[in-house]
Design a protein around this ligand. Sequence first.
Ligand code: HEC
Ligand code: HEC
Ligand code: HEC
Length: 133
Amino acid sequence: MYKKLSLKILLTFFLILFSGASITHENIPHNIDRSVADKCVEPTDIMRSQHHIFIKQQSHDTVVKGIRTQKYSLNNCINCHIKPSANGTYPSVKSEEHFCSGCHIAAAAQVECFDCHASKPFKKVVEKVKDSE
Ligand code: HEC
Ligand code: HEC
Ligand code: HEC
């Protein structure tokens, strides 16, 4: 409880310190789990501008046409991008620490996918990370 609170205070302090003129995309912590892989499913600049198009297409293909593939699957994004914090828990989708939300909050993008979809990887990913340490 106190740990969580002090973490929040620290985060707030960090945000205040780095807010204002210095909020650019480069300042957003990417929080990428590099122990899983070091490349995205497309080049980074393409992902930055078109990731929403890829996932929405994937959603349509799966839900409407019944085609299921892994590359643009939302679980695939989450498994690679969402890394556990120092205390072993995953950042909440409401937190700036969450790879996707960090940018969506900064860009004021409304993304409601995580009302239904998991915003955190499954446990086996954590175990994999721990094993490799
Ligand atoms: C009301 C609940 C709900 C919301 C909100 C929602 N989805 Fe889905 N989504 C589903 C369900 C149910 C499926 C089918 C699950 C399956 O068969 O895997 C699905 C399937 C998908 C798939 C295909 C499975 C995969 O991951 O490859 C994608 C991609 C996807 N949704 C993306 C999105 C995106 C992007 C948003 C936000 C713009 C979104 N969804 C919002 C319920 C939802
Ligand atoms: C195998 C791991 C992996 C998977 C899977 C993956 N990514 Fe990435 N992604 C990366 C890496 C590594 C980068 C490069 C980040 C950097 O250079 O800081 C990246 C970059 C990005 C960026 C650009 C970030 C920026 O710096 O502007 C976005 C957006 C993104 N990914 C979204 C997604 C989405 C959406 C999915 C699922 C369709 C996905 N990624 C799947 C590893 C992954
Ligand atoms: C580099 C910043 C950045 C990162 C990182 C990022 N996004 Fe986005 N995302 C945006 C922006 C900006 C928009 C609004 C794009 C638009 O509407 O033209 C957006 C829109 C979306 C949408 C469309 C929402 C809708 O309802 O239309 C989805 C889905 C989405 N992002 C998923 C993700 C997922 C999943 C991740 C993490 C794996 C992620 N994004 C990471 C910047 C980012």
